[in-house]
Design a protein. Structure first.
Length: 191
């Protein structure tokens, strides 16, 4: 696996008055997307094994809307365009595309959980990817349900959803030129 160095910019953003710090993370094959979780079409481009991977993040919320026949249905809308209150569930997606002329292999996306939110257990997904979680700021990763921390009593215990700090997806297939994909997870806005 080739590791390219670089950092996404550090910043912060807010939605509905909530402050969400954005942490710096490595970009490259380890393509952390901390470009501003609530800046709704953030993008970063990286070179990866001859390919060029462009990452775009989007934060959405499912809202109940009526269709033309008056039937209610859930529809995803950009979180910045709808009211967000503590307890609301948001969907954080990272879309990737190989804009290069050759395949990219072993692409890793390491995404911190936005400040002011809590990871929703079991919600991380991504086709053709291995998904791991961290409770120590991304220093170590384990599969969901196996992430552990040392409790206040000094004993090792399973991490709670609110203790998850990062999600890492390793794309397990070659990403061909012009191929696109997406990974995502859900988070709850803290009360």
């Amino acid at each position: 696996m080739k590791t390219l160095m670089g950092y996404a910019r550090t910043g912060s953003a807010s939605v509905a008055g909530f402050y969400f710090p954005c942490r710096p993370v490595r970009a490259g094959i380890i393509a952390g997307l901390a470009l501003g979780f609530f800046i709704f079409s953030s993008a970063i481009s990286i070179a990866a094994d001859g390919g060029r991977i462009v990452l775009t993040s989007i934060i959405e919320k499912e809202v109940l809307v009526k269709d033309k026949d008056g039937k209610e249905k859930l529809e995803r809308m950009e979180a910045g365009k709808v009211k967000n209150v503590p307890g609301d569930e948001i969907i954080i997606s990272v879309n990737y595309e190989n804009t290069g002329k050759s395949e990219s292999r072993e692409v890793v996306i390491n995404n911190p959980i936005p400040g002011g939110t809590v990871y929703k257990a079991g919600s991380a997904e991504g086709a053709s990817s291995m998904i791991l979680l961290s409770a120590d700021g991304g220093r170590t990763f384990e599969s969901e349900g196996k992430v552990s921390i040392i409790g206040t009593d000094g004993r090792v215990r399973k991490a709670l959803p609110e203790e998850i700090t990062n999600i890492k997806w390793t794309i397990t297939k070659e990403i061909k030129p012009e191929e696109m994909g997406s990974v995502s997870f859900r988070a709850i806005i803290k009360k």
